[in-house]
Design a protein around this ligand. Structure first.
Ligand SMILES: [Zn+2]
Ligand SMILES: [Zn+2]
Length: 248
């Protein structure tokens, strides 16, 4: 079980101003890490100072009103309170991203082939942070990554855990079974399960499909985008692998 660390406990500076203009029921929670360099501390005693340093950087160098993230989580299983529930983030890179999504940053980093290891305690801390943002902050159940908003490698080695549901407190276990029908077009294909798939594409993957149970060109295009992100064969056909990638 993770441990929550309040702003007072980690020695946060006061935010310069409050901005409650966030509508996370239309999005969810976005996952971040520290891009490019390994940053995980060996000793947890050093983590609070690390969070203070990030806040100073965001306020003094970037000129923001506060640390950008809703919460920050460390490999030792602690959740450091960031802007918190009900506050707009500055971390997701786009106005829609900051409007609809909270941001949780893992205090891990690196680049391909040299990442900080991901610990079970870190995953526990993500679960606690995301659960709070839902129960107290009104976030929808979707979890995505910074790279789903803008071109970035963030959140690095955490992204596969976003995609497979590991970082989602609900897990990936609630996924409905593949309906046994391949969705493909042309011609436009109508099937009730297409609606379930379209809804999930919107809620979990940031698409804006009409949920009309008709698999046409827009669904085909979204399918190909998802397949590309997930490293699947890009053929515009929703079979078992693409279905599982959609609901994972
Ligand atoms: Zn990021
Ligand atoms: Zn720590």
């Amino acid at each position: 079980m993770a441990t929550f660390v309040t702003r007072a406990q980690w020695g946060a500076r006061a935010r310069r101003s409050s901005n409650t203009n966030i509508t996370p029921a239309g999005g969810g929670v976005s996952v971040h890490h520290v891009d490019g360099v390994r940053v995980a501390r060996t000793n947890h005693a050093d983590c609070a100072g690390q969070v203070r340093g990030i806040q100073n950087h965001h306020m003094d160098t970037n000129g923001w009103t506060d640390v950008a993230y809703s919460h920050l989580v460390c490999v030792h299983g602690y959740v450091f309170e960031g802007r918190g529930e009900g506050q707009r983030t500055a971390a997701n890179g786009t106005n829609p991203g900051n409007q609809n999504w909270y941001a949780v940053c893992g205090l891990t980093g690196g680049s391909a082939s040299n990442y900080d290891p991901i610990t079970p305690e870190l995953i526990d801390a993500f679960h606690m942070a995301i659960s709070r943002l839902r129960s107290s902050g009104g976030a929808a159940n979707a979890v995505n990554g910074h790279r789903d908003h803008v071109a970035t490698t963030c959140p690095g080695n955490l992204y596969p855990l976003v995609q497979d549901g590991t970082l989602n407190p609900g897990g990936g276990g609630g996924a409905p079974a593949w309906p046994g029908v391949y969705f493909r077009q042309p011609p436009v294909m109508n099937h009730a399960s297409v609606g379930s798939w379209q809804s999930r594409m919107n809620s979990a993957h940031g698409f804006s499909l009409a949920v009309d149970s008709s698999y046409g060109p827009a669904s085909d295009s979204a399918c190909r985008t998802l397949q590309s992100r997930a490293g699947l064969v890009v053929d515009g056909v929703v079979g078992p692998d693409t279905w599982n990638a959609t609901f994972g």
